[in-house]
Write a protein that binds this ligand. Structure first.
Ligand code: SAM
Length: 341
């Protein structure tokens, strides 16, 4: 497959597609405000439009797609999109990230439609904490969803946990134990100062080092697995063989190997989670651009890419929330729940 490379020689390999900006949770680190500006429905890409754009990205080297949101399972008839994408032999990885609330009803249909892999976000095993963190009830539904995903044959399942100091830093081992019977791999994500994280501050970040220290105290010596990959997670093995991951995007950014881009539900294409500006692929698509024109547009834009958003954030002296709430209301595309995680 032809590959385009950016100014730092990074290939375009991975595309995250937000299929909706709507969410049925209000996680404090992602959607802490009271009111949101939603993308107009007429602007939301249809499944055929998404499939056409994916073909163009494949022509530029993409071979991994992750469906996300917002909450992707809120998108009506999602298995139909999964089937359209699963039929593309060039996609060697087709994954989905969900909060799990609706997963019990959809896991089997997603599997039947050809979805390869599933990641469920889960930050706490305590119902009261879940309610405080997400401002909704639903822990039991998420756990049912994880069981349904396991029963549907999604293996290995991944469980993503945003690790936050003073919030859930006393549950790291509990989450590993919870995941064990499902053979699921927990990945701890450092709290990131992305758009939407308006209450972010450095003292709330539980660093990779702190996570490792906590788990070493509980389990004993932890072995770092040596892997040559562009995957964001560093993987580790506990003395009993259990593997877990840490995504240290805040304290140890991986910009130098970042090969991923993001498409919003309304067709804006961003080259970095921290990017302020994107490329409007919906306008080009609905304006009648041919497939060749779209491929040229994507290849040319990626070729000029010089983003190193997370590394630049690391240089900030007085680091605080990336975007104030008022600016997020002016441009909802800056929100994490719009551009997808
Ligand atoms: N609704 C789906 C879910 O909850 O998995 C998909 C979208 S959500 C934006 C994707 C991932 O981004 C979740 O695992 C969430 O925890 C993560 N995320 C959101 N805000 C974050 C932040 N400030 N720092 C780190 N991870 C964040």
């Amino acid at each position: 497959m032809p590959t385009v490379a950016d100014t730092a020689g990074r290939p375009l390999r991975s595309l995250r597609i937000s299929v909706t900006d709507r969410c049925n949770l209000r996680c404090a680190y992602c959607m802490p405000e009271e009111h949101y500006v939603w993308l107009p429905r007429r602007d939301i890409l249809g499944f055929e439009e998404i499939a056409t754009l994916v073909d163009c990205f494949i022509a530029c080297g993409v071979d991994r797609v992750r469906l996300t949101g917002g909450e992707p399972l809120l998108r009506h008839d999602l298995p139909t999109l999964v089937r359209l994408l699963a039929d593309k032999p060039a996609l060697r990885d087709l994954a989905l990230t969900t909060n799990g609330i609706l997963l019990a009803e959809h896991a089997a249909a997603l599997r039947a439609a050809g979805l390869h892999r599933l990641t469920v976000s889960l930050d706490t095993l305590r119902p009261d904490r879940f309610r405080a963190l997400t401002r909704r009830d639903g822990l039991a539904q998420v756990c049912d969803g994880i069981r349904a995903a396991d029963a549907a044959g999604f293996r290995p399942l991944k469980i993503d946990t945003v690790a936050m100091r003073g919030v859930n830093d006393d549950e790291l081992a509990d989450l590993i134990e919870f995941a064990r019977p499902f053979g699921a791999e927990v990945r701890f994500i450092e709290y990131m100062d992305v758009g939407g994280a308006t209450a972010w501050s450095p003292d709330k970040v539980l660093s990779r080092d702190a996570i490792l220290a906590d788990l070493t105290a509980r389990y004993g010596a932890i072995e770092a697995l040596r892997e040559e990959t562009s995957a964001p997670a560093d993987r580790y093995r506990l003395p009993d063989g259990t593997v877990f991951g840490i995504i240290a995007s805040t304290t140890v950014p991986f910009c130098s190997t970042c090969d991923r881009a993001r498409l919003t539900a309304d067709g804006m294409w961003y080259l970095c989670l921290y990017a302020r500006l994107g490329t409007d692929l919906r306008a080009a698509l609905r304006g009648g651009a041919s497939r060749e024109t779209l491929v040229d547009l994507i290849a040319a834009r990626w070729g000029r890419r010089d983003d190193r958003g997370a590394e630049e954030r690391l240089q900030e002296r007085d680091r605080r929330a990336l975007v104030p709430a008022a600016a997020l209301r002016d441009d909802p595309h800056l929100e994490m729940h719009t551009r997808g995680g």
